[in-house]
Design a binder for this molecule. Structure first.
Ligand SMILES: [Zn+2]
Length: 203
């Protein structure tokens, strides 16, 4: 995906545009990506990713994207350069809410998962995550502690990289639970490389 592109290409993701988009604060160089989950375990049924995207837009939660790592489907609700509304606001860094602190904070909800660790699945469609991270220059580093013991420190939140909703300062959500971020990164890169190699061979 091209550097800075606001929307995933149409062939990669369904588009369920949010009705409200808000600017990022932009007064800090933080480039973050925050992972959420749906909060309930569900079967992976046809159309469930788009259904969840429609629901969150209706609720004005507006994750940037919804992803199911079992079927590999993606839906996008908000442009990556705007702020999603999926975390509580409140001053975090000079008046920026946790949602809006920094230059980008791309918020992705993993569909169909409650507290099971989604990084233990086959992670279909993880290459899209890799493309988003590269296009928006999110560093490939993640919070060290996930699950019990995760810190909500403002200093850690203000570092660029991959966080969970559970790391959000002044928040009380505990999703996406205890995941293996290193395994997610490994698989996302592996799929991205394999896909690019296949496309090169086609040309
Ligand atoms: Zn699914």
């Amino acid at each position: 995906m091209r550097r800075g592109k606001k929307w995933l290409p149409k062939g990669w993701a369904a588009r369920v545009p949010a009705t409200i988009v808000e600017p990022m604060s932009g007064n800090h160089p933080r480039r973050g990506l925050t992972l959420h989950n749906e909060g309930v375990d569900r079967d992976c049924t046809p159309g469930h990713v788009v259904a969840l995207a429609r629901y969150v837009v209706g609720q004005r939660i507006n994750y940037h994207a919804v992803w199911c790592p079992r079927c590999g489907q993606w839906a996008q609700c908000a442009p990556f350069t705007a702020a999603a509304r999926s975390q509580v606001g409140g001053p975090v860094w000079k008046g920026a809410s946790a949602n809006k602190a920094g230059t980008v904070n791309i918020q992705i909800a993993v569909a169909a998962y409650g507290y099971r660790d989604f990084t233990r699945t086959h992670l279909r469609g993880a290459w899209v995550l890799a493309e988003i991270m590269d296009a928006h220059r999110i560093p490939w580093r993640a919070r060290k502690v996930w699950g019990l013991g995760a810190s909500r420190s403002v200093t850690s939140w203000m570092r660029s990289g991959v966080h969970g909703h559970q790391h959000g300062p002044q928040d009380d959500h505990t999703d996406p639970g205890s995941i293996n971020a290193a395994a997610l990164f490994r698989e996302a890169r592996r799929q991205q490389k394999a896909r690019r190699a296949r496309q090169k061979a086609k040309r």
